[in-house]
Design a protein around this ligand. Structure first.
Ligand code: COI
Length: 345
């Protein structure tokens, strides 16, 4: 059980310089379950280290999945979550793929709410950022052979965050990598497995060394179709048509991705989910990326096979219109006709 309650409205913290780094907050949520059983009722505890068997499934065989969702403080003081039920559903799909037990949708959403409220003083002031919630499901039971762990732990921790990229809101410069692939057909690229992230670090580091913001990955079969960026989905705009790679098992089914598809259609754009060739990316009017951490980020340039294309910039960008609409709904400034926002009382 948590040993300490803190009542200040805001933590003593510099809210003006938030990036996407871990800030230690006060509390986290924790629940356990054994294989083929349901999760016990979880508890909010003091934030701290987790003790693991050296033979834990997550440490040895990567049995782990995670989610990301955000809590916003509205100007009217309301605390708002964005579509946490969608994260819960995605965790269940991922857990099934990775042979893990998962919490129910109700338990997941309740855990996110409890973690948010317990860390309320870490939710940034309006306009300064959000509280990023990281639900994590890991195989904590010991297993020496390659088999599902006998015990699972569901954790939710939180950190105040600002912009994901060091560029802030400035346009990103992306590098199309045709050497490393993020996912293959039949693999686990479509779920939020922890195993999808270490393999892209080399590609990210190499791109950053050359001054790029992040990497666009191509499909591993034809090396021709764009898939996603290391931590977000990708869209291109050509005229009135917005295209994004279809989710065929190698692309994460982003919650921001599908929200943006709905918003774009309602704003009158035609949205296509399909195979998108890298050549189309190089001929687009606009490119942008989406994700919970990233939100909607405008892309300024893409470099592929030694060729760099720069996209139009300015205030009239489709990506900016979508960004403003999405964030407006998330912070309670724009009417939420979709019922996406969940207020925590
Ligand atoms: C998110 O957008 O929440 C993510 O999970 C991206 C993460 C890899 C930083």
């Amino acid at each position: 059980m948590a040993t300490l309650m803190r009542y200040e409205e805001y933590a003593d913290f510099d809210w003006n310089n938030l990036g996407f780094g871990l800030t230690r907050t006060d509390f986290m949520y924790k629940a356990k379950c054994t294989l083929n059983n349901t999760f016990e009722q979880g508890q909010v505890t003091d934030y701290g280290n987790v003790e693991l068997s050296p033979a834990a499934g997550v440490l040895n065989y990567g049995q782990g999945i995670f989610e990301g969702t955000k809590a916003f403080r509205g100007e009217d003081g309301r605390i708002l979550l964005f579509r946490p039920d969608q994260n819960a559903i995605r965790m269940q799909t991922g857990a099934d793929r990775m042979c893990m037990q998962s919490p129910s949708i109700e338990q997941f959403v309740d855990a996110v709410k409890q973690t948010t409220i317990a860390n309320k003083r870490w939710i940034p002031p309006p306009g300064k950022g959000s509280l990023y919630l990281r639900p994590l499901l890991i195989g904590t039971g010991p297993t020496l052979g390659v088999s599902p762990a006998p015990e699972y732990t569901f954790l939710v921790y939180a950190s105040p965050v600002g912009n994901y990229f060091k560029e802030g809101t400035a346009p990103l410069n992306l590098y199309v990598n045709n050497e490393f692939h993020r996912a293959t057909r039949g693999g686990a690229g479509g779920v939020k497995s922890i195993t999808n992230y270490a393999p892209v670090m080399k590609a990210i580091l190499r791109a950053k060394e050359q001054g790029f913001s992040d990497v666009v990955y191509l499909d591993s079969v034809h090396k021709k179709y764009i898939e996603e960026v290391s931590s977000c989905n990708i869209f291109l705009v050509k005229g009135n048509v917005i295209s994004t790679p279809a989710t065929v098992g190698t692309i994460l089914e982003g919650i921001t991705r599908k929200s943006i598809i709905d918003l774009a259609r309602d704003l009158g754009y035609k949205v296509e989910e399909r195979l998108v060739a890298v050549d189309e990316l190089m001929e687009a009017d606009e490119v942008f990326t989406t994700g919970t951490a990233v939100s909607v980020a405008t892309v300024g340039s893409v470099t592929y096979n030694g060729q760099r294309v720069e996209y139009k910039m300015g205030d009239e960008l489709v990506s900016q219109k979508l960004y403003k609409t999405l964030v407006g709904i998330q912070v309670g400034k724009i009417e939420d006709k979709y019922n996406w926002v969940v207020e925590i009382k």
